[in-house]
Design a protein around this ligand. Structure first.
Ligand SMILES: [Zn+2]
Ligand SMILES: [Zn+2]
Length: 453
């Protein structure tokens, strides 16, 4: 069967689809149960997955949210299990968190059942991968799209890093639990989803400009889920079950989309580059971290503004190509050292292998951009305006400007200028850099969104 982007989200797990893009699409995720009262379906689910004696993992917060009820349900159904409750107030997916989980695991635990969202999910995902145990997750907050991704966000030696993990075999989201999650976490989920507007556009434009692999069916599947969340934004603020369901389904679908494309293109683009840069700087500066999806949300407003600004102007492609002089690596590396400080070595090494800023490559991209400009403008037309994205965030009660999460003009300007170096991924920022417009766009956008007044 060909991948049909209009199926209900629950129809995607456990199946393999052919596709007009020429590839086959499948996911390791076998089941997803997102509904009110879903916890009561976990015993039968564990039976279908063949989990004989899972280690159920939570912390004190997620134990209260769902862990205790889940254990009562498992006991009543006669399902054997062990459990581990993290005592930490500020749990991190780091050496200590991982060590504690490993020491709780026994040879009899053939599987892991995570009860939580970001950190607990990452710890179980990584432990499952390293110990060859399957795992499933009971989500307690619809806060980020990492439930069903194959990688985990870990902290090693105080540095954020992405490590290989294992995909869960099942995701459970009990809407009675999810809707009572802390409101800022639900709003963060909305932000992470609205970010797909700009990342899907980045992906399509890289296909048009660079011939990168792109699947229209995956993009359409994701876009539909994002539009549903956008239409339900006001319901989020009211903890409306239908709105919370839409957010959780979109987050799970995002992981499925990444499995289908075998990279994170459908889930992460220019808005995530800004978020990653800010996360790193907050960490290095010893500032209180801001939820991932909150950063993604405010970055999406700014990116949508820059995209539409670009579409409204007729760039001077030939002038830009003539201005691409040789790439001054030493000057660039000095700027990177200032912006990335402790993480600069990795960023510099990436450029040395990826050559994103090589003048020859820039000129080739500019020529392609010039040839495809009408098509590029048409694609940008499909993107909601910055004002529309701002309204979606505000309807959900979330902040919409970087200034509202403590990112003011100088840091914001630096983020827009430098964040593209964090990955080898063509996005809006590389496009503006190639056109010689990145610095001026960064200055304008920082003035606009780096102040609350
Ligand atoms: Zn496809
Ligand atoms: Zn994200």
């Amino acid at each position: 069967m060909l991948l049909n982007p209009t199926l209900p989200v629950r129809e995607y797990p456990g199946r393999t689809f052919g596709c007009t893009c020429g590839r086959e699409h499948s996911t390791r995720l076998r089941e997803m149960i997102i509904e009110a009262g879903a916890l009561s379906k976990v015993p039968a689910l564990l039976g279908r997955l063949g989990f004989a004696r899972p280690l159920v993992v939570f912390d004190r917060h997620t134990r209260k949210a769902a862990g205790d009820r889940l254990m009562a349900i498992l006991k009543e159904a006669g399902v054997p299990f062990d459990f581990f409750c993290y005592p930490d107030e500020e749990l991190l997916a780091d050496e200590k968190g991982l060590g504690a989980l490993l020491m709780a695991l026994t040879p009899e635990n053939d599987s892991l059942l995570a009860v939580g969202s970001g950190t607990i999910n990452d710890l179980c995902k990584y432990t499952g991968y390293m110990t060859h145990r399957p795992y499933a997750v009971v989500g307690t907050a619809p806060s980020m799209d990492g439930f069903t991704s194959g990688v985990c966000a870990m902290t090693r030696g105080d540095m954020k890093t992405t490590l290989q993990g294992t995909m869960p075999l099942a995701v459970v989201g009990d809407v009675d639990v999810l809707r009572l999650a802390p409101m800022d976490m639900i709003q963060a989920g909305v932000g992470d989803i609205l970010g797909k507007y700009t990342c899907l556009l980045d992906w399509k434009l890289s296909h048009i400009i660079n011939g990168e692999y792109y699947c229209p069916a995956i993009a359409q599947m994701m876009r539909r889920a994002v539009d549903t969340v956008a239409a339900n934004a006001a319901g989020v603020a009211a903890r409306d079950p239908a709105a919370v369901t839409a957010v959780m389904e979109a987050l799970v679908l995002s992981g499925i989309a990444m499995s289908y494309s075998v990279n994170s293109r459908p889930a992460s683009g220019c808005e995530h580059h800004i978020s990653h840069f800010l996360e790193m700087r907050f960490l290095f500066d010893g500032r209180r971290p801001v939820l991932h999806g909150r950063k993604v949300g405010v970055a999406t407003v700014l990116a949508a503004h820059c995209y539409h600004r670009l579409a409204a102007q007729q760039p001077d492609f030939d002038g830009a190509a003539a201005n691409v002089v040789s790439f001054d690596f030493d000057k660039w590396a000095a700027d990177i050292r200032k912006a990335y400080t402790r993480a600069a070595d990795g960023v510099i090494a990436l450029e040395q292998s990826a050559h994103k800023n090589d003048p020859e490559r820039i000129r080739a991209r500019l020529a392609s951009m010039k040839a495809h400009w009408p098509e590029i403008r048409e694609a940008i037309d499909e993107l909601p305006s910055a004002g529309a994205v701002e309204r979606m965030l505000r309807d959900s009660g979330a902040p919409a400007y970087p200034a509202e999460i403590g990112v003011e003009v100088p840091l914001l300007r630096e983020a827009v200028c430098r964040c593209k170096e964090v990955r080898d991924r063509y996005t809006l920022w590389q496009m503006l850099y190639d056109l010689g417009l990145l610095d001026s766009y960064a200055a304008e956008a920082a003035q606009r969104y780096g102040k609350t007044e």
